[in-house]
Design a protein around this ligand. Sequence first.
Ligand code: AQP
Length: 348
Amino acid sequence: MTDFPQRVFSGVQPTGNLHLGNYLGAITKFVDLQKTHECLFCVVDLHAITVPQDPVALKSSIREVTAAFIASGIDPVKHIVFNQSQVSVHAELAWVLNCVARIGWMNRMTQFKEKAGKDREAASIGLYAYPVLMAADILAYRATHVPVGEDQKQHLELARDIAQKFNTDFAASIAANGLGEVFFPQPEPLIQGPATRVMSLRDGSKKMSKSDPSDNSRINLADDADAIASKIRKAKTDPEPLPSELAGLAGRPEADNLVGIFAALKGETKQQVLATYGNANFSTFKGALVDLAVASLGPIGAEMQRLVADPAHIDAILCDGAERARAIAQPTLDHVKDILGFVRQTSL
Ligand code: AQP
């Protein structure tokens, strides 16, 4: 069996209003993983255009997500930070994988159904094919680990199915080209911790999301202390005090969500939070959460603002990252072309 070097890949869409869910579900994990793994963190702008985007807003959002990565503690020198559209391998490999993925598999993707809404016929083909592009993002680097929030679990499973089908369909050609027994690894999703699915502050049954029309439903990384405090104080709760045991959070989605957010920001388990705040009323708990959220997120928001004020610096980081990403992805695509039987220009 082929042994793949451990490599982390993950992406965030530059679709505006980067929020606490993106931060706790993904970015904080990126920061931890860079201590132990070789990592690539991508601003997935090709994914962003699967729904309508304003070009001016898109450009500033690409820089804002890059700034958020760096302000949160990602090192773009030791690791690779880049935007997807600068590395054309993603789009080229996605086409190949479109021809591997099956329509039956795609029809099961729940995120497409949610995002396309009732008028599916009017959705872009890009939105439908989004999970295949995501598979290409990961497999272009033959990444072994993918830190994501819970909502991306199904897409990761699809990426694994695509990798496996490619390996099986082309097993003979992979071997004939001297590329081992399997060409693509099975990427492992990394979905752990108390905040893998942060919910809306206004409705504990809905995911915190950039596209929620209510700004009070989410804490944006760019929010200042007053906005953070006001949103937490207005967050929906129930009339009961907090339970002292985890079981007491069952059927109380808003309480569960706030406890999960507190736990993730503090680096504790939900049980530890309840050991401190069990039987406290929400006004006491929300006060503590405001202090914690402002102390954790305030410096990140301020650093993001400082970084986005210098777009040339951010663009230089992205350009350097793209060059280093290309150096890994291009040989993968070249091998894929050989495996498929394409004739390609080889160096003389
Ligand atoms: N609410 C969430 N809780 C935990 N993790 C989350 N993520 C997103 N929302 C939550 C994780 O953040 C990473 C980047 O997400 P994305 O921006 O690429 O796409 P998304 O999941 O579509 O984010 P949104 O906010 O829900 O955007 P819209 O509203 O445009 O659909 C991913 O790892 C994701 O799991």
